[in-house]
Design a protein around this ligand. Structure first.
Ligand SMILES: [Zn+2]
Length: 474
């Protein structure tokens, strides 16, 4: 497999050369670029309604870290459909090329919407290099962080190429051989390490039975599994796997798991030791998962955790003076609104407290609360108290007790959102524009207005003075 990855990467470079310019070559007129480092953050599935609510609940309406850098709007559509999923949306953001559903770092067959780029027949389903790969080819240090499995679609888009996002065995193996300097997140189980039994190797979730752990060791990685080990590490090549699959939601985090902000700080500390600069990708992965469940506390607490990580990146960039920080979600999710059908006629009379009082008191997310419910549901009043609702009514408790099979989570989430006047329109992704957040050390090289998701990837390449696929054709 190692050979396959190498030849695939060679194919990417060769293909780009054949097409007229390597992704990795300086783009004419761009030359050296305008920044030494790029930190690229994605809060997956973050709708603007969630950002506004997080601002009210945690910051009393005052700006979050990312707010001072908001600079425009981004269209999130795929090459052929309006509502995006993480695999194609992240591909566009990582490579500058819009693509189709399920594809990871691969060009589309159909590209007929604005901002999409139709490949020639030969290029259909061919891999396209990501900004992380290009940065590495240009001698920069690289980092990859997520709170999901590191093999999940969005981090995969920056570090692998696959025809389906579910190919964790394949994606995980490619990520190992990429030689990324710092990898932090979940997904250790997909590399073959069983964290439940003294690091006994079982190749737990790998379908090929291969064990990637000795490979990582041979490549010189320090493999760590806890927050303490991360904070204490002095290695310059770190693979931190803090969960077999996904890490916990930030609000529910056990002491052994680092926060997204802590992982971001550590990665910056390590990567900034290099002479040629670095590229760091950071995903707040679970805003999306909370949104799929319509979990209000989950959404806003995950946005807060993401914003803290953004603040770490922004502080570094301001002090460094040679670092670009960019962020945008890959797509909306859930249609979260402040105000719902029950507030249709009285919205303008509702005090701040109406929307924030319960959410501010929540000490666990809905996901954790669900796991706290006992067999007969007799402790639901306590469970609601942990969610900030200390006076749950009989009716509210009954709505959870009497939920249909499989509907308990949503019933619980509905009590929380309805108490706080929060509305939802779907349990799926949504197709509206999203905000872009850009901090540039160069006043002439900012990014604003209405852009396409592919242009955000192209902007990252431009910061490094690296050409990108789209430039070959235009
Ligand atoms: Zn996504």
């Amino acid at each position: 497999m190692k050979k396959n990855v190498v030849s695939m990467l060679l194919a990417v470079v060769l293909l780009a050369n054949v097409a007229g310019a390597a992704f990795a070559a300086p783009l004419e007129g761009v030359g050296e670029g305008f920044a030494k480092n790029v930190i690229y953050l994605i809060p997956d599935g973050m709708s603007q309604g969630g950002v506004t609510l997080a601002r009210w609940v945690y910051n009393n309406g005052e700006p979050l870290h990312m707010d001072e850098t908001v600079s425009g709007l981004m269209q999130t559509h795929n090459s052929d459909t309006i509502v995006a999923d993480s695999a194609p949306a992240g591909t566009a953001m990582a490579t500058g090329v819009k693509t189709q559903d399920k594809l990871i770092g691969i060009k589309p067959a159909v590209a007929n919407l604005p901002g999409a780029f139709q490949p020639t027949e030969d290029e259909i389903y061919m891999p396209v290099a990501s900004i992380l790969e290009a940065a590495k080819l240009n001698g920069k240090k690289t980092g990859l962080i997520a709170t999901s499995e590191i093999q999940h679609a969005t981090p995969a888009d920056y570090s692998s190429h696959a025809v389906h996002r579910n190919e964790y065995t394949n994606i995980g193996e490619q990520q190992v051989y990429q030689g990324i300097d710092v990898v932090l997140g979940g997904g250790l189980g997909y590399l073959g390490l069983d964290t439940s039994d003294e690091k006994k190797i079982t190749s737990k979730y790998r379908v090929d039975g291969e064990d990637m752990i000795p490979v990582l060791e041979e490549m010189g990685y320090e493999i760590i599994t806890t927050r303490d080990e991360l904070l204490a590490s002095t290695a310059d090549k770190i693979w931190g796997g803090f969960a077999e699959k996904a890490m916990k939601r930030d609000l529910d985090k056990p002491a052994e798991e680092p926060s997204l902000a802590e992982m971001t700080q550590k990665a910056i500390d390590v990567l900034s030791q290099g002479e040629n600069g670095f590229f760091l990708f950071v995903e707040g992965s679970q805003v999306d998962w909370a949104a799929h469940a319509n979990d209000t506390v989950g959404i806003i607490s995950e946005i807060k955790a993401f914003d803290d990580a953004f603040g770490v990146a922004l502080d570094f960039a301001k002090a460094d003076g040679n670092t670009v920080v960019i962020a945008a979600t890959d797509h909306g999710n859930s249609g979260i609104t402040i105000g719902n059908m029950a507030t249709s006629s009285n919205y303008s009379t509702l005090p701040v407290e109406f929307f924030v009082q319960y959410l501010r008191k929540a000490t666990v997310t809905e996901e954790k609360a669900l796991s706290m419910i006992n067999e007969d549901g007799s402790n639901l009043a306590e469970v609601f108290a942990a969610l900030g609702i200390e006076d749950a009514t009989e009716e509210e408790i009954a709505s959870v007790l009497e939920a249909e099979e499989g509907g308990t989570a949503l019933a619980l989430a509905r009590v929380v959102s309805e108490r706080s006047g929060i509305g939802y329109s779907t349990l799926g992704h949504t197709g509206e524009d999203v905000a872009i957040y850009v901090y540039s050390p160069s006043a002439e090289n900012t990014l604003s207005g209405l852009i396409n998701n592919s242009e955000l990837g192209q902007y990252a390449a431009k910061a490094f003075g690296i050409s990108h696929c789209r430039a070959v054709r235009s």
